[in-house]
Design a binder for this molecule. Structure first.
Ligand SMILES: [Zn+2]
Length: 443
């Protein structure tokens, strides 16, 4: 008998955490934070005690699961380096300190950054496993990492193999056939699993309400190239912003800057964290580009830019969500040594996350930028999440007996259920609409 306990990410888009039990062995998939709650908290939310973080809704509530299943937890699997999948590990994993934390080399490097920055300490053994490999958890169960594409490096779809079948945990993913770096999703492996029988598929429904397919990262790179290589007006300083965890996109930005004959410089602490992790994991190396995060080095760079001429540079910085303390926002507020001026160019390679605090922050910073006479371009972006047609392709590829949508609000989960019923799944029997805290037995 396999049982799935939905702990977090089944009511909100964030704080993902799922526990899967086979006999007396439990594997936890992802322990994330609800980033929006951290952003809207006044003060340094990361320094809060886990109980307080739980109280403000920033952490998944694993209390009941821990009481009942805690002693059976044999492994914690982290699918990728985004905070809504990894950010809660340093706050919760110590409750399961005999369980190893298994992730790809990049994910583990980002987790080490988290440990350092939150001054936390993990007693759990950290296991680095590259996509394509399998880790034997016990004589009965093992976890396999399947190549998947998303919007951060080395994302995987996890397959938990048990004597009673395989549970596929696909949270988050997209089908990208031109990812510009790294391998495509391993379609052959997914189809093979589909032909031998998948007991359950747990899949993210973040973007299920978007009809059609999610476009490739290759297209985003082309859009940005098309924009920047064909600017018709006089352009001085160029400032680009995107998610700090999107190393592939940042590497493409660097290539485009060089193609323009400009010097790329990267600013911001979270950029440094994610990009250094990529260099350490021996993936994309950012060693030859300055990544500045300290006040004095930023100040010196700004002076140098003014002296050499702002038209010679492309700055890549944090602030894609208009976060109040990010570099771009502070620059727009004229708090830094370098001001945005007429004929500068600012490009947002991101969409505002559809929650009120992010949307309001983005509007505010965009207005400040426009008011300074800057050429502003927004939404030069493709999503990292599967759209409806991609979800349908995955459903048909793996032919799971049971389907459990996750990583969504109730309307999104309901939309996934509707998609599945169209494929012959039956609500409550083979497609399960779980909310945080609920569980289901499957066989
Ligand atoms: Zn993600």
């Amino acid at each position: 008998m396999i049982e799935v306990w939905a702990i977090g990410g089944y009511t909100d888009i964030g704080k993902n955490m799922t526990a899967v039990r086979y006999n007396n062995e439990v594997v936890i998939f992802d322990i994330g934070v609800f980033v929006d709650k951290l952003i809207s908290y006044e003060g340094d939310a990361w320094s809060l005690h886990p109980n307080k973080l739980l109280h403000i809704g920033a952490l998944p509530d694993d209390t009941a699961m821990r009481k009942e299943w805690g002693k059976y937890v044999k492994a914690i699997v982290c699918t990728h380096a985004h905070l809504d999948h990894l950010g809660g590990i340093t706050k919760i994993a110590h409750h399961y300190n005999t369980a190893p934390i298994i992730g790809t080399p990049y994910t583990i490097e980002v987790l080490r950054n988290q440990e350092r920055d939150q001054r936390g300490h993990l007693d759990n053994k950290l296991v680095k496993m590259s996509p394509g490999n399998t880790f034997k958890i016990s004589s009965d169960i093992s976890v396999e990492f399947i190549y998947a594409t998303h919007s951060t490096l080395q994302t995987i779809i996890a397959a938990l193999h048990t004597p009673e079948g395989t549970v596929l945990y696909a949270n988050d993913w997209k089908f990208d056939d031109n990812p510009t770096y790294g391998q495509k999703t391993d379609y052959a492996r997914l189809k093979k699993l589909g032909s031998t029988g998948v007991t359950a598929l747990i899949s993210d429904s973040t973007r299920i309400d978007h009809f059609g397919r999610t476009f490739s990262e290759g297209l985003q790179a082309e859009m940005l190239k098309d924009l920047l290589l064909n600017l018709k007006h006089e352009h001085k300083l160029i400032v680009l912003t995107t998610f700090a965890s999107h190393c592939v996109r940042i590497s493409n930005m660097i290539k485009i800057a060089k193609k323009m004959g400009r010097i790329p410089i990267i600013f911001g602490r979270s950029m440094k964290n994610y990009l250094d992790a990529s260099t350490r994991a021996k993936l994309i190396s950012f060693k030859d580009v300055p990544i500045l995060s300290f006040g004095d080095e930023i100040e010196a760079a700004f002076k140098m830019i003014e002296k050499q001429g702002r038209e010679k540079f492309v700055l890549i910085m944090t602030g894609n969500q208009g976060e109040t303390d990010a570099m771009l926002t502070r620059m727009a507020r004229n708090e830094l040594g370098l001001k945005l001026e007429k004929n500068d160019v600012v490009v947002f390679c991101s969409e505002a996350i559809p929650v009120p605090v992010c949307q309001a922050n983005r509007q505010t910073v965009e207005k400040m930028i426009r008011d300074a006479g800057v050429h502003l371009f927004v939404d030069i972006h493709v999503s990292g999440h599967a759209s409806r047609e991609d979800q349908l392709d995955l459903l048909r590829m793996v032919k799971a007996k049971h389907y459990i949508p996750t990583h969504g609000t109730l309307p999104k989960l309901a939309s996934a259920v509707e998609l599945a019923t169209g494929e012959g799944y039956k609500l409550g029997e083979t497609v399960h609409l779980l909310q945080d805290g609920q569980r289901v037995k499957i066989e």
